[in-house]
Design a protein around this ligand. Sequence first.
Ligand code: SF4
Ligand code: FES
Length: 363
Amino acid sequence: MTAPGIPFALLAELTHRCPLQCPYCSNPLNLEKAAAEMDTAAWQGVLDQASKLGVLQVHFSGGEPTARADLEVLVRHAAKLGLYSNLITSGVLLDERRLDALAEAGLDHVQLSFQDAEAANADRIGGYRGGHAKKLALGKWVRAAGLPLTVNAVVHRQNLGHLGAIIELALALDAGRLEVAHVQYYGWALKNRAALMPTRQQLEEATATVEAARARLKGIMLIDYVVPDYYAKQPKACMGGWGRQFLNVSPTGNVLPCHAAESITGMRFDNVREKPLAEIWKSSPAFEQFRGTAWMPEPCRSCERREIDWGGCRCQAFALSGNAGAIDPACGFAAEHAALVATAARESAAPAPDLIYRRIGGS
Ligand code: SF4
Ligand code: FES
């Protein structure tokens, strides 16, 4: 058993309800219905416990967190506890009056997602007509309310051609930060992998576009860039290492080491309605299973990167091998890595199949 540190961030997934239907959604395939969600008092209790545990930041997420009528109450509660609060939103349910109410309740930051810079394609990818125009309006209101803005753009073969325009869009909205995140393939995205996987050439062009923009916009807008695992030689330190920095609480109160952990079938999660959060963080079997390095198989166990990437992504290892404790196939040392790269090359070269949209009951 590895002694855990202090989690610095809590991802509070208030709901799985969402008006958008992005085909790469990180929510599980089996989405929770509204009736199963924790109520306001239970979420306030989670915030109290998280603060006592040492958490400094809370990210209100979903689904679409603004689908919850009590979001202002929860933001106010987080502010009272001194937690830095970030709203991760698609933006389509917010009007200026409600945004101002959230700012007044103490919201610190807004992260707004875009599906593309081109309205028709953005609305098609998100499965929500008129969504792009609403997002543009919200971006302006966020800055008018004096809140810092991060634009999040998930990129893939169906929008990478517009990456330059996405960067300009974020700049025009006066975002302080832009996240350009290539799709990571588990859950809904794995179902849509062939429709979303870029070619290596698309990836290289995107990387060059990001690097040029970073140099040009230094001191104006920070650009974070997440590359697709399938073309990487080394895996990412997913979640900063399992059970090291992050806590995720699902709409029903399951406490997860990672937002996608429920995709690992057979893994059981403790629930904050039944056990204290501190106890779950410190000793729940799901957190302990892949915390630290003792669980690692070779070659990770004797690899010099084992405390850099913490063995990569457990959800991806499970999705691709059926074993969450296996080496992440994104790693160049994994026997399966060559097959993974070949899959990416083959799927990205073939015509894109239709998108499978994220829907409750649609898995
Ligand atoms: Fe990371 Fe394991 Fe690959 Fe080493 S062998 S780079 S620890 S995934
Ligand atoms: Fe779950 Fe990487 S997405 S560990």
